[in-house]
Write a protein that binds this ligand. Structure first.
Ligand code: GRF
Length: 211
């Protein structure tokens, strides 16, 4: 009999629609990602991502940041939820808050984020609008390990898509979303399979520098 390692336990943290969460749920269900989503945490009440989680039978937690005196207290509650649900990894999927330094003291496990640009280009907000305004020909998304500096952690995978003539920000966002739904489950599958490592701030896939 072969011994299989227990599935990686993922806490997904959202603030909105949760289409990336859905892609991860679907990848787990399809057997493409050896993981269990142990909880979905939202800092915003009533978002569609919470409905998606409940429909998939996943535990949900609402941790409304407005109920906390300061950023550190919210971050502590978020970290406690991940620990309570036995998470091995935190996956930020459209989570629209900046984490404090305190968070990085409390959570020492892996944490991933998806950002709608080809990092290191276009960190920050409104990436689709900025790429169009700059006349960029290519855009896309990146999955990266999270470090205290915003959108600056080591990149695990990038996915590109073209910017088409007369693209609106929404049309471009839709194209980028399709890329995101492919690359986030892929990055998590690599992590779950133990194929990702970090060496001096550089991602290694199967021991080789990547991407
Ligand atoms: C995505 O574009 C992601 O890159 C960004 O927030 C958006 C979340 O979308 N961080 P969704 O909630 O997963 O649909």
């Amino acid at each position: 009999m072969t011994k299989t390692s227990p599935a990686m336990r993922i806490a997904v943290v959202i603030s909105g629609s949760g289409s990336n969460l859905q892609a991860i749920i679907d990848a787990v269900a399809a057997g493409q990602l050896n993981a269990t989503i142990c909880c979905v945490v939202s800092n915003v009440p009533g978002v569609h991502g919470l409905t998606r989680a409940a429909a998939a039978g996943i535990a949900t937690e609402l941790i409304d940041h407005r109920g906390f005196d300061n950023r550190e207290a919210f971050d502590q509650a978020l970290c406690e939820a991940a620990h309570t649900h036995g998470a091995d990894v935190i996956v930020l999927a459209g989570f629209m808050r900046i984490l404090s330094d305190e968070f990085f003291k409390l959570w020492t496990g892996p944490m991933l984020n998806i950002h709608p640009s080809l990092l290191p280009s276009y960190p920050g907000m409104n990436t689709h609008e900025r790429v169009i305004a700059d006349g960029g020909r290519w855009h896309g998304a990146s999955v990266h390990f999270v470090i205290p500096q915003l959108d600056a952690g080591p990149v695990i995978i990038r996915g590109a898509c073209p910017v088409l003539p007369r693209d609106t920000a929404q049309a471009l966002a839709n194209r980028v979303h399709a890329v995101e739904h492919r690359i986030y489950p892929q990055a998590l599958a690599w992590l779950a399979a133990g194929r990702l490592n970090l060496s001096e701030n550089q991602v290694l896939l199967d021991g080789t520098r990547h991407p």
